[in-house]
Design a protein around this ligand. Structure first.
Ligand code: KG4
Ligand code: ZN
Length: 318
């Protein structure tokens, strides 16, 4: 069983040891946070507390299983919102203790990579992995399951954060990535010339792009902004995708990687998926936060027996 509560999704899943997904339940709190334009940590913790038991029950029901069928509990230990993580971690400890199970603490980012190890088409390392989510943007050289080296990361905002902040500037809802993706389909990606930051090595930078969008919106009158919103979304998305794809291609060239993989919430982006259609793309249902990927990573993490796991603490950042 996998449990994930690092941000605003309360999720539980049951998978088999060889990676077949028996159930994958996600209760998103996004609409609760939308009025605030982002996740409010205290609100998230409280809702995780309310949702975690029914979501786990639903995951068992969906898998046609009982706690008696579960062999291991995997749970996100970090990074994420501390209060939110603690709800999942305490729940996992309680299940492990009451059922005499081992507990596998999972790093959320390893979880995203492990979304590629699930059936029906589990990916075999080595591969070059772009992990692009709301909190992280990383290029990883993955040499084995649970074995990876960081090649590059963002120097400021994450790609998903750039989508979310851009969406806010365009007056779109939260979370913004999907909204921009949708609106961009009606726009011209060449309408505005947004810059792609040139930073050394294989790192990323998105804060300048966000500022460029801010200036572009400021120069337009409200009716003009309304008329050009789709063009702005398409051009902005195009710049983010160009930055990501450019770095992925450079990294592949440098490392000689033959397989490229893309995971994380931003991997759901339609323009990115088209631009990297030759890559192993995480299935849409496993791009954004879910617990099947946490259960998947749990298979390759070091499981902790009783009473050691009782002392595990959550961590906010790596
Ligand atoms: O992996 P994820 O669910 O949570 C984190 O670990 O952060 O990623 C969420 C991020 C958000 O920033 C969201 O706007 C972005 O993924 N996202 C997208 C799309 N769907 C979700 N970004 C671009 N296009 C999408 N279709
Ligand atoms: Zn995530």
């Amino acid at each position: 069983m996998g449990i994930e509560t690092s941000c605003d999704e309360t999720a539980a899943a049951v998978i088999t040891t060889d990676g077949h997904i028996a159930s994958n339940v996600i209760a998103s709190q996004a609409t609760l946070h939308a009025p605030y334009g982002g996740v409010v940590p205290e609100v998230a913790s409280r809702h995780h507390l309310e949702l975690v038991a029914p979501v786990i029950r639903e995951a068992l029901r969906g898998a046609d299983a009982t706690f008696g069928d579960i062999e291991m509990v995997a749970v996100t230990q970090g990074p994420g919102l501390i209060g939110a993580l603690l709800v999942g971690l305490a729940t996992a400890k309680a299940i492990a203790w009451s059922r005499h199970l081992v507990l596998a603490p999972v790093d959320h980012l390893d979880g995203h990579v492990a979304s590629l190890y699930l059936q029906p088409e589990p990916l075999e390392p080595p591969f070059l992995c772009l992990l692009a989510s709301g909190g992280h943007t990383m290029l990883l050289d993955v040499s084995g399951r649970g074995d990876q080296r960081l090649l590059g990361t963002t120097l400021d905002d994450a790609a998903g954060e750039a989508f979310d902040k851009g969406a806010r500037l365009l007056g779109l809802g939260y979370p913004g990535g999907r909204e921009i993706d949708r609106l961009a389909r009606d726009g011209d990606p060449g309408a505005f010339d947004f810059p792609v930051a040139r930073v050394p090595g294989l790192d990323f930078s998105f804060s300048g792009l966000k500022t460029a969008l801010l200036y572009a919106t400021r120069e337009l009158s409200p009716p003009e902004l309304e008329r050009r919103r789709a063009d702005l979304a398409a051009s902005y998305q195009h710049a983010i995708v160009r930055a990501l794809v450019g770095r992925v291609r450079e990294a592949a060239h440098q490392t000689g990687a033959r397989t490229i993989a893309v995971v994380g919430g931003v991997a759901a982006n339609s323009e990115l998926r088209t631009a990297l259609s030759d890559a192993a793309l995480a299935p849409l249902s496993l791009c954004t936060d879910n617990a099947a990927m946490i259960a998947s990573a749990g298979r390759f993490a070091e499981a902790v027996p009783y009473p050691g796991y009782l002392g595990l603490d959550a961590y906010a950042s790596r």
